[in-house]
Design a protein around this ligand. Structure first.
Ligand SMILES: NC(=O)c1ccc[n+]([C@@H]2O[C@H](COP(=O)([O-])OP(=O)(O)OC[C@H]3O[C@@H](n4cnc5c(N)ncnc54)[C@H](OP(=O)(O)O)[C@@H]3O)[C@@H](O)[C@H]2O)c1
Length: 322
């Protein structure tokens, strides 16, 4: 069942980077009945409040883009909050969606669900084949539980209740709405901020941790939103042909990766930094390569549209406008 333009669509986490991009995408497509609640209006860890919300609104579709999200530092410092909040948010939203007759739901996960030593690029079938990266294991376990929750509801209630809950696993995202916090941001917003500050202060050099050789994949957030709506709107037969009942999640990647050095040069160019970029090889590199296999999504007919240069330009403007 694809949504008609006045279908009632609840986007959970609409103020976040991904949720706001999903709202932009749906509005651009002409959807007129999007339901939103801020965190202050509806705490999704509160089971009774989530139940009341679904009872009152009875949405037709749900995009679940609300989550407690953070970098390594936050994941390491607040592991209890990361596992508790995420399990509660997704359990409440997925279960109450089911109880209140929602047939279509899209759960947003992350590529950290895959084992630390998974073969590259990481395909969907790498899930649960090995140990996770320890720093964000609690968060990843919650995300894996979210995938399995969607699958379990499909298996038990798919035929009897028409339930069709899907999951998408994005690679690293960047773009408008990103977090530029000095200690707690992902690599692209952190680099944009550092190069911008270096430009403004006329610093001769920016030094980046590690050797610059590790490879990473980056997807512009509006591409992620487009992929989310694309997967949600696929007809069930097509989706079922490309996914399996107990391995139903779909990776969303850019399709290729770049080195941290190439990324730093691209960010420096975007920001207009004229100084030197150097690398401190005494600092840790992390995994040498991390990218996901987007073959399943590509076979379904979707590809990313926004390249790194264009994406960085928009992201930089977004940072300047704050
Ligand atoms: N950003 C990435 O690179 C990336 C990569 C892969 C996957 N993802 C996934 O995409 C999803 C969204 O990520 P994002 O980057 O958009 O995160 P984000 O910008 O931090 O947005 C998350 C949103 O969830 C809301 N939220 C958190 N706890 C809540 C609660 N208890 N009740 C109600 N709302 C709550 C937040 O509201 P407040 O800010 O008011 O708390 C925020 O609006 C997550 O599932 C994440 O795993 C993101």
């Amino acid at each position: 069942m694809t949504a008609i333009l006045n279908s009632k669509i609840y986007v959970a986490g609409h103020r976040g980077m991904v949720g706001s991009a999903i709202v932009r995408n749906l509005e651009a497509k002409g959807f007129t009945n999007i339901v939103i609640r801020t965190h202050a209006e509806l705490d999704l860890t509160n089971q009774a409040a989530v139940k009341d919300f679904f009872e009152a609104e009875k949405p037709d579709q749900v995009y679940l883009a609300a989550a407690r999200v953070g970098g390594i530092h936050a994941n390491n410092t607040y592991p209890a909050e990361f596992i508790y909040d995420n399990l509660m948010i997704q359990n409440n939203v997925i279960h109450q969606a089911f109880v209140h007759g929602v047939k279509k739901l899209l759960f947003l996960g992350s590529s950290c669900i895959y084992p630390k030593l998974a073969p590259q690029p990481m395909s969907e079938d790498a899930l649960l084949t090995g140990k996770l990266e320890s720093t964000n294991e609690p968060y990843a376990i919650a995300k894996i539980a979210g995938i399995k929750m969607c699958e379990s509801y499909n298996r038990q209630y798919g035929t009897s209740h028409g339930v069709d809950y899907r999951s998408v696993m994005p690679t690293n995202l960047y773009g408008p709405g990103d977090n530029y916090h000095p200690e707690n941001s992902h690599v692209i917003p952190a680099l944009i901020r550092r190069f911008h500050e270096a430009k403004v202060s006329n610093a001769p050099e920016v030094v980046i941790w590690g050797t610059g050789t590790p490879r990473r994949e980056f997807l512009y957030v509006d591409d992620m939103a487009a992929a989310s709506v694309f997967v949600m709107e696929l007809d069930k037969k097509t989706y079922d042909q490309h996914a399996e009942p107990m391995q139903s999640h779909i990776n969303v990647g850019f399709g290729s990766d770049i080195t941290i050095e190439e990324l730093a040069e691209a960010v420096g160019d975007t920001v207009g930094f004229k100084g030197k970029i150097s690398f401190d090889a005494s600092k840790p590199d992390g995994s040498l390569r991390k990218w996901i296999d987007s073959g399943r999504l590509n076979n379904l007919g979707w590809r990313a549209k926004i390249g790194l240069d264009e994406g960085l330009r928009i992201a930089y403007q977004d940072m300047l406008s704050r």
